[in-house]
Design a protein around this ligand. Sequence first.
Ligand code: C2E
Ligand code: MG
Ligand code: MG
Ligand code: MG
Length: 285
Amino acid sequence: KDRGGNCLQVYDRVLGACRTRHNQLLADLPIALERDQFDLHFQPIIDLRDNSVSKAEALMRWHHPEFGPVGPDEFIPIAEENGYICELGEWVFDSVMRILPEWVALFGPNFQVGINKSPLQFLSDETMPTRWAQRLQQAGLDGRNLVVEITENSLMGRADIVTQKMALIAEAGMQVAIDDFGTGYSSLSYLNRFPVDYLKIDRAFVRDLTRDSRDFVLCEAMVAMAHKLNMRVVAEGVETAEQRSLLAGIGCDYGQGYLYSPPLGRREFLAFMYTSCPLRAFATA
Ligand code: C2E
Ligand code: MG
Ligand code: MG
Ligand code: MG
């Protein structure tokens, strides 16, 4: 009415609140590291043949002083927006390097930790493969103790850059997992162009596995294809025993999900390894 009554103005409270939260997270991110608000959790990855645990995925957590826990699906895109993603990525790697030598000593030389690399980070960070390889070597670790998890979308950049990066990762003996497989915007042709070690089937396919025969057929096909290309398969989001047994039945190699364990803090992860696993989980070094 103040404006003359001839125009309509809509104020969306929800949208307004989202903008403020987004802007505040954007502003708070640069100080969150120095204030020690980040935390790294680890989710066990289970071998479906014998229930042993020889892998874990590192997942970031942000304890925001005002909003409480903020998930990576929300803050990683924000970190990409303000360029802070590089610092976060290095923080994750440093944190993993602090525990990995101990875990490899405890759980055997084949123990692996997966680190997520965002597409932007993967494509723009030129020295990552050599830098990380050096650090692993200095720590007396094998390249293959580290798995770099990237989504299909990471491979859509310039083919020459991706090829070079993949070659360096493979040269250093590190392994590559394609994360959220089946949901990206990419062609399958990368699977024979790049050295891929693991396919991680997105949990969208696992969710309705026991009810939707199409999802079952897709999982079956993904496993068969991966094995023919000499890759191993991890199913994400395994929540029920029925999903587990269907996946094991089609030859899926590994499972990860709440059925086994949510992502755990460092101490809880160790406790999980000692209490929930059969003794054969620990490969004798
Ligand atoms: P992701 O790499 O696909 O990780 C798996 C996500 O599924 C994790 O969510 C995990 O907590 C969740 N999850 C595991 N088991 C189950 C289950 O049984 N049911 C359901 N519903 N969910 C399950 P989270 O921790 O929220 O991470 C979300 C995404 O954020 C990750 O997806 C990854 O893409 C990204 N992310 C996490 N940490 C990092 C990081 O350090 N760097 C980068 N660049 N991205 C990260
Ligand atoms: Mg991942
Ligand atoms: Mg995933
Ligand atoms: Mg995801």
